[in-house]
Ligand binder design. Structure first.
Ligand code: PMP
Ligand code: GLU
Length: 396
């Protein structure tokens, strides 16, 4: 008999991936869905990146690579951080994997022991809590204040630290809230951390997508003592529209990267050779494509905020990064639309999908009920039509 392990039984499917799959199914069945579920840029991968992959294939670069990635790519990643943040490290401190999600999983597997406590500001990106639990460690969820733009404060962080705390996970710009911490705010959190033995996992995958005055910060560069205790994660999925290429990376200490390397060598062997060559072209090639996509996201952000702001019962603060709007729906509680009573984020999203054909992700999936997430990584037409649908049904 094929049985299912306790580990597998304890894992929830990723709510964002499940919502994306649901939209695909409905579309295949001929149903018109306005899909705002997945955080996946709708742009094609820029042509010069695709050409680099084609060239890699033509040149026979289609074999296994070293477990943690090819030397040429590690050099490009080094150069990128040096130029962008003045952050220097050795090639042995770089690790490439099949997406940032894989890097996070691998890093947690290399770091956590059963019973360790990992502090996660809430709302958090769906996979954090499950990935921590898969290692036997304990996610310690710290609810943040929407009025404080969902930013964990130094006092909240301090209070959450116990003798069992080993890791603090931070994500700025944030999924699902779009919040971008100011440098000074991260510095204040770093001051709390530096008084302890706690390490930091900083997920910076949306670093190139900040709007207006907001600026990204590379957490490890905030203090000379931080590189020794910070695991920096990023990836190409969001900024370069490369979700399907599965390219992510980690920067940490040499010994830790070696541990991640060992795990990856047993687990997947290495990341895709072709995608690694594409990533070289992405990071080392022309960057205008990123600027253009960012400009378009910024434009969509304005449209989304403008239109959603007109729907009575929905409230939010304007997000400064990534491509999500995380909005408060509690004022709609008690309302019944199309036979569905809105009483939490799940029933709200059920109404949105089944009545208005608008696909969103409930705040509960990110650890914070009372909110829903709208990804605006989709066309302006879709945004306008989908929000009009929501507004129409909520007005009735
Ligand atoms: N971190 C965050 C905060 C994300 O939103 C995502 C989105 N998928 C990831 C990591 C993982 O991205 P990927 O595995 O596609 O690199
Ligand atoms: N990160 C994206 C999201 O939150 C993609 C889906 C996923 O990897 O979970 O929608």
């Amino acid at each position: 008999m094929i049985r299912i392990s306790q580990l597998a039984n304890s894992v929830q499917p990723s709510a964002t991936m499940a919502a994306g799959a649901k939209a695909r199914q409905m579309k295949a069945a001929g149903i018109r869905v306005y899909d705002f579920s997945l955080g996946e840029p709708d742009f094609p991968t820029p042509a010069h990146i695709c050409q680099a992959a084609q060239k890699a294939m033509a040149n026979g670069q289609t074999h296994y690579t070293p477990a943690g990635g090819i030397a040429e790519l590690k050099k490009v990643i080094q150069k990128w951080y040096q130029q962008r943040y003045g952050f220097s490290f050795l090639p042995e401190q770089v690790f490439v994997s099949n997406g940032a999600k894989h890097s996070i999983h691998n890093a947690l597997a290399a770091f956590c022991n059963p019973g360790d406590e990992v502090i996660i500001p809430t709302p958090y990106w769906v996979s954090y809590s499950d990935l921590v639990q898969m290692t036997g460690a304990v996610p310690v969820l710290v609810p943040t204040d929407p009025q404080n733009l969902f930013k964990i404060t130094p006092a909240q962080l301090q209070k959450a630290i116990t003798p069992k705390t080993r890791l603090f996970m931070i994500n700025s710009p944030s999924n699902p809230t779009g919040t971008v911490y100011f440098r000074e705010e991260l510095m204040a959190l770093a001051q709390v951390i530096l008084k302890t033995e706690v390490a930091v996992l900083s997920d910076e995958i949306y670093e190139q997508l900040t709007y207006g005055e907001a600026q990204p910060t590379c957490f490890a560069t905030l203090h000379p003592d931080l590189p020794a205790r910070t695991i920096t994660i990023s990836g190409a999925s969001k900024s370069y529209a490369m979700t399907g290429w599965r390219m992510g990376w980690t920067i940490a200490t040499k010994a830790f990267i070696q541990a991640m390397d060992n795990i990856q060598s047993q687990e997947t062997g290495c990341p895709s050779s072709i995608s690694q060559h594409a990533l070289i072209a992405a990071l080392d090639g022309p960057q205008e494509c990123v600027a253009e996509m960012k400009k378009e996201f910024e434009k969509r952000r304005e449209i989304v905020c403008n239109l959603m702001g007109k729907i009575p019962g929905i409230s939010f603060k304007i997000p400064e990064g990534a491509f999500y709007l995380f909005f408060d729906i509690t004022a709609l509680y008690g309302k019944t639309v199309g036979g569905i009573e809105i009483r939490d984020s799940v029933s709200f999203c059920k109404f949105a999908l089944e009545v208005a054909n608008v696909n969103l992700v409930p705040g509960a999936a990110f650890g914070m009920d009372g909110f829903a997430r709208m990804s605006y990584a989709t066309s302006t037409n879709e945004i306008e039509a989908g929000i009009a649908q929501l507004g129409k049904f909520l007005a009735n």
